[in-house]
Write a protein that binds this ligand. Structure first.
Ligand code: HSE
Length: 406
């Protein structure tokens, strides 16, 4: 059986390297007499690379080659990835991808094309890098009613926040460092503005709840505005700030609260100790309670591991479509920002008396060296519409950070 890789960047080259390194065990687990890489599609050339002779720039050679049964898509982006993947599936080839943008936007449709052509469309690597999380949700937790899924879904931002917490490092230099280590997306805004985490929580919600949460249905918030002062308040309150993606069923599953934002997590929570590039995904099932999946959420070889596991699955089950997917959600399934309910840490430029007049007897937070012109406090659990109304009675608002209960 032959495999092709589309996109020879960090992940694609990792996939080729892993196939070579662990070739015999991968072949055996694939239940194939042979499992070989035949093409690498990329517009660039790679002089001196050990796979240089496999590099092509014409997609039709992969599509038209009946010997290629499995195609790995590690190009990223929506186009032309979507066109290539849908064409491969329609031709009965199975496709494995690490491309969360593609899965979040087009996963439902691509799974349908795969099923109609006895092929598979698998994407374990699209969430949590090397962490096995999607397959356990689809298979091992299949008997659970899942009420909530949440996690640290972006390695780059977790790396930056960890350095800010542990070393007092500044945002810009840590981002540069993350890019050099190969963690960050081509466009760092996808990481730091929460877009990457948004795609991942959408995929998780799709699989956990069976109804589509599209990335455009809510606005993610990133970590650009988190400052050293926010870090000090979080420490004083006994916790950390993490970029959290979460999706929670409401009204017995008729609605969902989906969110990506910086969030306060108290020390002792399973998510609080997830540092550096590590990710963790918490799944709340009615039979299991909370299960947490933890590991390297980004990077060449961990992500290649997840891709290659899907390749093995496709090869071993060739011609048999795995039964999973999600349906279109009714209008209004994702609640609005105003309806979103949580406790919040607020920093407002005013005195304690004004805070208490607007919010009642809330918990005030302070630390040695805290800015003298502001009051920081923790609200009760309220909806964002009420929060905004009460905040209007205070002075300038310096930050609002949600507080989780994980
Ligand atoms: N840029 C992503 C991250 C890569 O930092 O998590 C893995 O999806």
């Amino acid at each position: 059986m032959y495999v092709a890789i589309m996109g020879y960047g960090t992940v694609g080259s990792g996939v080729a390297a892993l196939l070579k390194k662990n070739h015999e065990l991968i072949r055996k687990k694939s239940l194939q007499e042979s499992l070989e890489l035949k093409y690498i599609l990329d517009l660039r050339t790679f002089p001196g690379d050990e796979n240089e002779s496999l590099v092509i720039n014409d997609f039709s050679r992969i599509l038209g080659d009946d010997e290629v049964k499995i195609v790995v898509e590690t190009m990223g982006g929506l186009r032309p990835a979507y066109d290539f993947v849908s064409a491969c599936l329609a031709a009965g080839k199975s496709v494995v991808t690490s491309n969360k943008e593609l899965v979040a936007a087009k996963g439902k449709e691509l799974l349908q094309i795969a099923a109609a052509n006895n092929a598979n469309f698998l994407f374990e690597a699209s969430v949590g890098g090397g962490i096995p999380v999607l397959t356990p949700i689809i298979q091992c937790l299949a008997a659970n009613e899942i009420s909530e899924v949440a996690g640290i879904l972006n390695g780059t931002t977790n790396y930056i926040l960890t350095k800010m917490f542990d070393e007092g490092a500044d945002f810009e230099s840590t981002l540069l460092n993350a890019q050099q280590l190969g963690y960050a997306e081509r466009d760092p805004s996808a990481d730091v503005d929460g877009i990457d985490a948004c795609r991942k929580i959408c995929i998780l919600a799709d699989l956990c709840f069976g109804l589509e949460v599209s990335p455009g249905s809510f606005t993610p918030e990133g970590i650009r505005n988190i400052t050293g002062t926010d870090v000090c308040y979080a420490k004083a309150l006994g916790g950390v700030i993490k970029l959290i993606g979460s999706a929670k069923k409401l009204d017995g599953g008729k609605k969902v609260a989906a969110c990506v934002s910086p969030a306060f997590i108290k020390n002792g929570s399973q998510l609080a100790n997830v540092s550096d590039v590590y990710n963790a995904v918490l799944v709340r099932g009615d039979a299991t309670g909370d299960t947490v999946f933890y590991g390297r959420g980004a990077g060449k070889m961990p992500t290649a591991s997840a891709v290659m596991a899907d390749v093995i699955d496709c090869a071993a089950n060739f011609g048999k479509t795995k039964a999973f997917g999600w349906s279109e959600a009714p209008e209004g399934y994702v609640i609005t920002d105003d309806e979103f309910t949580s406790a919040f840490i607020v920093r407002a430029v005013c005195g304690e008396d004004r805070v208490k007049a607007a919010f009642g007897d809330v918990k005030i937070i302070t630390f040695d060296g805290a800015p003298g012109d502001e009051t920081a406090f923790v609200t009760d659990v309220i909806c964002k519409a009420s929060l905004k109304k009460s905040l209007a009675d205070l002075g300038e608002i310096r930050s609002v950070i949600r507080v989780t209960d994980y």
